[in-house]
Write a new protein. Structure first.
Length: 165
């Protein structure tokens, strides 16, 4: 129950997330801890502006100072910040399923072509007259290719959604 309460965004969180610069800072801190000077250089804003943004993020509990043995103060995502910015890898699953379905569909289409070719060849050897038939895609092939198309569309959607933090 306590965990559920922490997952709800309050007005401080919304304020912290309302500025594009703070969103950029969160995206940077997803990669690794940074000092305010490093963030300043990466984002192209003055270090005092970055410190103001970091203070807002820290007061909302999204960012915390990382203990360091040297004189530099590093900032990192807090547990709350990690949960908020955690990127979903569901697009990888969707892409994998799409590729498997596409490969399966292509394989089944090739097998269908081979079966039709073998049927025509065997009928020619037996002396029977058979009209040349074009290979027909089986329902399984059509379903697999449709799944692959839908999966690729879902992959693009999930990837775009991931880019919008």
């Amino acid at each position: 129950m306590d965990n559920e309460k922490n997952d709800i965004l309050d007005k401080n969180d919304i304020k912290a997330l309302s500025a594009e610069s703070r969103q950029e800072i969160l995206r940077l801190l997803e990669q690794r801890p940074y000092t305010s000077s490093e963030i300043s250089r990466k984002i192209g804003k003055h270090v005092t502006t970055i410190k103001e943004h970091l203070n807002i993020l820290e007061s909302s509990g999204l960012v915390q100072k990382k203990p360091s043995a040297n004189k530099w103060i590093y900032y990192e995502l807090s547990n709350k910040g990690n949960r908020l910015t955690k990127t979903s890898n569901s697009w990888i699953i969707a892409l994998s399923i799409s590729i498997l379905a596409l490969v399966g569909g292509i394989y089944d289409a090739i097998q269908s072509t081979v079966r039709t070719s073998n049927m025509l060849e065997s009928s020619a050897l037996s002396g029977k007259t058979v009209l040349a038939a074009e290979p027909v895609l089986s329902p399984i092939t059509i379903i697999l290719i449709a799944i692959a198309g839908a999966g690729l569309a879902m992959t693009v959607w999930l990837w775009k959604k991931r880019e919008r933090i």
